[in-house]
Every structure is written in C-alpha cells, then in structure tokens.
Design a protein around this ligand. Structure first.
Ligand code: DAH
Length: 336
C-alpha cells in the first residue's frame, strides 16, 4: 500500500511542470483528505503491535514527500521566473525614438547673440523682471513726470514697483555695484501694455553695456556691425540715425539692410531697403554719475536689441504673437 502510493506520487512528480500542478499533487497526497493522510488515519484499524512500524513508515514517506515538494517548488519557481524574464525582456536597443523637442526661436536668437558677445569678451548677466521705478526710469535719467515715460506704456504694480519695460534697467544695477571696465550683456523679458501683430505685452530684449576709458561711438558702430553681419549675413550694412533716449547722448536708432531683399525694397522693409533693429548711444554722463562713476574719466556705450524682432526678420515670422501661442506646428519647425 505504502509502496503503491510512493510509486504513483513519484510518477506524478516526474510529469509535473508547474507550481499549480505541484499544488494539486500536494493536496492529493498530503491534504486533509489526501491519500497519505487517509493511510495515517487507518492506523487505528491495525493491530496494536503493527502500529509503531507502520506509523513510522508512513511518517517517513510523508517527510520524503514534503521534501520533494519543497525542492520541486523552489525549482519550478526559478524556472518560471527565468521564463518570465525571457518573455518580458525589453530590448532597450530598439530605436523607437519619441519625437524630439526644439528650442524656442527666441532662445535660439538669445543663444546666438550671447555666444557671439561672450566670444568678444562680454559677460552675460540677468536681473529682475519685477523692477523698481528707480532702476527702470530714474537712474536712467528719466525722472518722474518726464515725457519720455510716455514712450513706454508701463505695467505698474505699485507707484514705485513695475514690470520692467526695458533691459536698460540693468545698467544702473550693474554700474552701482561694479567699477569699470565693464563689458556686459543682459538678455531677458520686458513688459509693455501693447498688443498687435508687431507688439506683445511681453517681449525680449538684450542690453549691451560697455564702460571704460576712451570708449567712443566708433566702438559702438564696430560692435553693432559685427553683430548685424553675424545675425543677417556678411553683406549686411548698418546705418545710424540720430534719435533720442534720455539715458544716452548722443542717441541713435540703428537700421540694417533688409535681409529679405538685400536693400532693394520689399514688403518686409516696406520698400525702404532698411529695417529698424535697435536703439543705442553713448551712456549719458548723468547715468554714469548716478552710479558713482566719474564721467570725466570714463565713457561708455549701450544698446538694446529686440530679440523678437530679430527672430521675426531672420525666420520670416509675420506676427509676434506666434512666439507666445505655443502652437506645436509652429515651434516644431525650429528643431534641427
Ligand atoms: N531701452 C530702449 C528701449 O527699450 C532701447 C535702448 C536704447 C537701449 C538706447 C539702450 C540704448 O541701451 O542705449 O526702447
């Protein structure tokens, strides 16, 4: 009887291929109403003298079976795990790339100008977008009630705190803290209450400032010509027109030959052959003095470039609002 059970158990174990099947075998032989359990229960029907030997044999078999089942469980689990690892293996060498992003066109322009300026020995600095009236206007020779304030439609937060209307606000912040020689550029967001195809309430400027001994308008012109030819091509010409900014004297408005028609006249340059690009000038002595820099000893030039405008000209973008709508179809075009 015991031998029969062992033989059939061994046969089933040999054929068993899964943990689930093994569980069934366990129940069949060792479970509450299992075959071996039944055998154990039958001890009471035996003559008293046979009981110890029989009991010992059954228990021995029970131990063996339990060991076999436990070894087999471990082996099957390992096999199962290996099979699963094999089946669910992820091939990380597959080249199913997600779509690549692109830098925003304004970022491209900012990087391009900053790289160029750094190569010329300029340092790149950034400053606060929420600014005081002092740095945005007063330090720049624009006192309260000065009519030049009307040139820039300002978002005021309080009477003395505003969203900066120009990166020029950084000029005094830097000149107050540092001594010449200074050679810096400050890119960043600026804000004005204005909105149409060529004006946005938020746009981007990059301010340039050089202060040293013997800085002249020629230095300014040379630097701007270099920037323009880098941005729009070697053939680009630059022209200075007299202008007015309270923080520069003399002040100039700088035009470049139209990159679209090369100066012949087209719709982009409204037939003039020239495109207005930026404001610049020699730093006004009052601004230097406001920051404790001796204007008899030092001079400087400054310029402010509208980066949105550069991007619009360079990439042929007709409406400034496209920069801020985050339309993927527009932005995708700037991926390499
Ligand atoms: N801040 C001026 C503007 O936003 C641009 C400008 C003009 C900047 C002359 C300058 C400058 O640094 O010298 O219109």
């Amino acid at each position: 009887m015991i031998t029969d059970i062992k033989t059939s158990f061994d046969g089933e174990i040999a054929r068993c291929a899964s943990v689930a099947e093994l569980q069934d075998i366990k129940v069949k032989y060792l479970g509450k109403s299992g075959e071996l359990t039944a055998l154990l229960k039958s001890i009471k029907d035996l003559p008293a003298e046979e009981r110890p030997t029989f009991g010992a044999k059954v228990n021995e078999l029970r131990k063996q079976m339990e060991e076999v089942i436990s070894d087999m469980t471990a082996r099957l689990k390992t096999q199962q795990m290996q099979r699963q690892l094999q089946e669910e293996r992820v091939d990380i060498s597959l080249t199913s790339c997600p779509e690549r992003g692109a830098l925003h066109p304004i970022t491209l322009i900012e990087n391009e100008i900053c790289d160029l300026m750094v190569a010329m020995g300029f340092e790149v600095l950034s400053g606060p977008e929420i600014e005081t009236d002092y740095y945005n206007f007063q330090a720049l020779n624009i006192p309260e009630d000065h009519p030049a304030r009307d040139m820039q439609d300002t978002f005021y937060i309080t009477d003395s705190i505003l969203l900066r209307t120009q990166t020029s606000a950084m000029q005094a912040r830097i000149m107050e803290k540092r001594r010449p020689p200074l050679k810096i550029v400050c890119p960043g967001k600026v804000f004005r209450s204005d909105s149409d195809a060529s004006h946005s309430p938020v746009f981007h400027q990059i301010e340039g400032l050089v202060v040293d001994k013997h800085v002249t308008l020629c230095d300014l012109k040379g630097t701007l010509e270099y920037i323009a030819s880098h941005l729009f091509g070697k053939q680009t010409k630059v022209r200075f027109r007299p202008s007015f900014f309270p923080f520069t004297e003399p002040s100039v408005e700088v035009d470049v030959t139209c990159s679209n028609c090369g100066g012949k006249g087209c719709s982009l340059c409204k037939g003039t052959g020239w495109i207005e690009l930026l404001g610049a000038g020699m730093v006004h002595p009052n601004v230097l003095e406001n920051c404790g820099i001796d204007s008899a000893k030092y001079s400087g030039y400054a310029f402010g470039i509208g980066m949105d405008r550069v991007a619009m000209i360079k990439y042929g973008i007709p409406d400034i609002r496209l920069f801020f709508e985050n339309d993927q179809r527009f932005l995708k075009q700037f991926g390499k």
